[in-house]
Design a protein around this ligand. Structure first.
Ligand code: FAD
Length: 561
């Protein structure tokens, strides 16, 4: 059992570090990556070898006192048992924020406005129902909590909230309840984190195929409530495609949507709950598409001579008969970053790198424009062989070349470690975060140029040397997701500087025909761009939904709208 017992009470639910990403004791290590320090020095002018300034100690963190009255606390205790009702400082802090750079900067400067007053851990849907009933009766606020990994400000109580705030952690509801092998459907409780549910499914030979980079620390309920997308979405779909049935506890009742392959029942209630960020109630379980674990699963690496060539190849692959699980290509800056995070290569490995460089130079490639691509294949041996052949032809047509299985395998292993770099940089005075969007194929290149220019102009305004890099991932029939990572050495007002860069990037998305987010949700972080994205009338419809579903604003108020 990977779960650990936290704090003074007996609720065995795993949480991330209160001050940063991931598991306690795990961090990013640069010393075994010889190119990393010079790369960062050149990119943002930061010397990563200078001693880090760690975050403040937990004792130094100032947390407002809990405001829960005796009566409600007793009621919650009666429903759940005292050991599953927590008001200690650590529990409240862990449940206040997500893991966006704003959250991390704020927690490091002890800037907490309003924490939940109490954290509760129901064991089943009936307990969720009783907690919701008691909360609404007392006019308290309920904020469902999955893994706390969101990066769009989807969890924090409104700073001015005067009512009692209950964080409802689904962590004890983490079971795969049932697999319908005939239909390829699994009923799973909403609090199951990625590893929990994949382990249980794998034991029976199944997979959900949903692997966001936050997989190790996010939950099924959180994925649904934020409209998440996983690395292999090209094959398995986004969570919006994967989820077929749902149960949602709201004030006065439970919405029960049976799992159906498709249905014609008016505007989709399922789609309303997807992305609802806790505003419509608490998702207690979902029935999701699952697939037999394929005999072959591999990620192969390719190089392209330019970003344009890489984008064109991804588009052509998406409309070809090949249907890979992953189509991903990095621009030249991200490719340089990937190479800079390689561990020291010895013997054969470094010899093959030299040989590759020689081949590329002989072909006349500009090594500064290289674009690294990963294509994932899953299925039977013969299916994968067929797809690889089709992809190879398309890659060659666009001047690219196959460089082997090694980098792909390494990428697959390392992808869940990358998030730890953000805390490493923060310890050294640099802020890094991501913004992602989706747009039609015809607009992607323009969107990319507009966004890069907007970010660099924002850096110029601030007088900082900033970095921005991008990759294409998640291809669809009509377009794809572009995912940007940006970083800069911050000054005394990091949040102001971040806001300036982040706003420039988000506005560029909208101006160039992209959406405010492909898979990170709205929260409060992206809310300023919602009207631009879905129109005033769209916002008005959505407001109507929230107001009628939750007239007293008891469920995660102020998110999305
Ligand atoms: P939380 O952060 O706990 O909650 C998010 C929102 O969902 C909140 O509004 C909460 O109230 C609501 N919610 C949670 N559970 C329920 C429930 N049971 N019922 C109702 N509402 C609920 N996202 C991707 O899609 N793909 C990625 O590859 C990806 N990579 C990431 C990498 C990093 C390093 C980080 C920090 C984030 C990444 N994310 C990614 C974003 C984040 O992991 C997703 O938004 C994820 O879906 C959030 O799930 P969670 O369980 O952590 O939810």
């Amino acid at each position: 059992n990977s779960r650990v017992v936290r704090g003074d009470q007996m609720t065995a639910v795993k949480h991330m570090k209160w001050w940063g990403w991931g598991d306690e004791g795990v961090s990013f290590e640069y010393r075994n990556k010889p190119e990393f320090a010079p790369f960062v020095q050149k990119a943002v002018g930061l010397d990563v070898t200078t001693p880090p300034v760690p975050p403040l100690s937990f004792d130094e963190l100032e947390v407002p006192a809990p405001r829960i009255g005796e009566q409600l606390q007793e009621q919650l205790t009666d429903i759940l048992g005292a050991e599953h009702v927590h008001t200690d400082k650590m529990s409240r802090v862990v449940h206040t924020l997500g893991k966006g750079i704003r959250d991390l900067l704020r927690i490091r400067s002890s800037d907490l406005n309003r924490c939940p007053d109490v954290v509760v851990y129901p064991a089943d849907e009936e307990q969720v129902r009783l907690v919701v009933e008691a909360a609404v009766e007392a006019d308290a606020v309920v904020i469902p909590f999955g893994g706390g990994s969101n990066i769009s400000g989807s969890l924090e109580p409104p700073p001015e909230e005067q009512r009692v705030v209950i964080s409802l952690d689904l962590g004890r509801m983490n079971q795969v309840l049932e697999i319908d092998e005939n239909s390829g459907l699994a009923r799973i409780q909403a609090g199951a984190q990625g590893p929990d549910l994949e382990r249980a499914l794998a034991a029976r030979g199944w997979t959900i195929g949903h692997f966001p980079d936050s997989f190790a620390h996010s939950t099924l309920g959180g994925w649904i409530a934020t409209r998440s997308s996983g690395m292999q979405s090209d094959k398995y779909g986004d969570i919006a495609d994967i989820v077929r049935g749902l149960r949602l506890v709201r004030s006065g009742g439970t919405v029960a949507l049976r799992p159906l392959p498709s249905t014609s029942t008016g505007p989709s209630i399922r789609e309303m709950i997807l992305g609802s960020e806790g505003r419509l109630g608490v998702i207690t379980e979902a029935t999701v598409n699952v697939h037999r674990i394929p005999p072959v699963r591999k990620v192969l690496a390719y190089l392209f001579p330019s970003w344009d060539a890489g984008l064109a190849a991804m588009r052509e692959i998406s409309e070809s008969d090949a249907s890979p699980s992953v189509t991903r290509v990095s621009d030249a800056p991200e490719t340089a970053f990937s190479f800079a995070t390689r561990t020291a290569s010895k013997g054969l490995k470094s010899a093959s790198t030299k040989a590759l460089t020689k081949v590329l130079t002989m072909r006349g490639w500009d090594l500064d424009q290289l674009c690294l691509s990963f294509i994932g294949y899953e299925g039977s041996e013969s299916h994968v062989k067929y797809e690889k052949k089709l992809v190879k032809r398309i890659v060659s047509k666009h001047g690219g070349m196959y460089i082997g299985e090694g980098p792909g395998a390494l990428y697959d292993q390392k992808k869940f470690d990358t998030p730890y770099i953000r805390d490493f940089l923060l310890d050294r005075g640099a802020a890094a975060d991501v913004s992602e969007t989706a747009a039609p194929w015809s607009k992607l290149r323009h969107l990319y140029d507009t966004t890069m220019a907007a970010a660099h102009s924002a850096y110029d305004d601030l007088g900082v040397r900033g970095w921005i890099m991008c990759h294409l991932s998640h291809s669809y029939h009509s377009g794809a997701c572009l995912y940007f990572t940006f970083a800069f050495v911050h000054g005394d007002e990091p949040l102001k500087q971040y806001d300036h860069v982040k706003s420039a990037i988000q506005q560029a998305f909208i101006d160039a025909g992209g959406t405010l987010s492909h898979h990170h949700a709205v929260g409060v972080e992206h809310a300023p761009w919602l009207t631009d994205d879905i129109s005033e009338e769209g916002v008005s419809l959505m407001r109507g939904l929230f107001e009628s579903a939750d007239p007293r604003r008891n469920f995660n108020p102020d998110k999305i709208i």
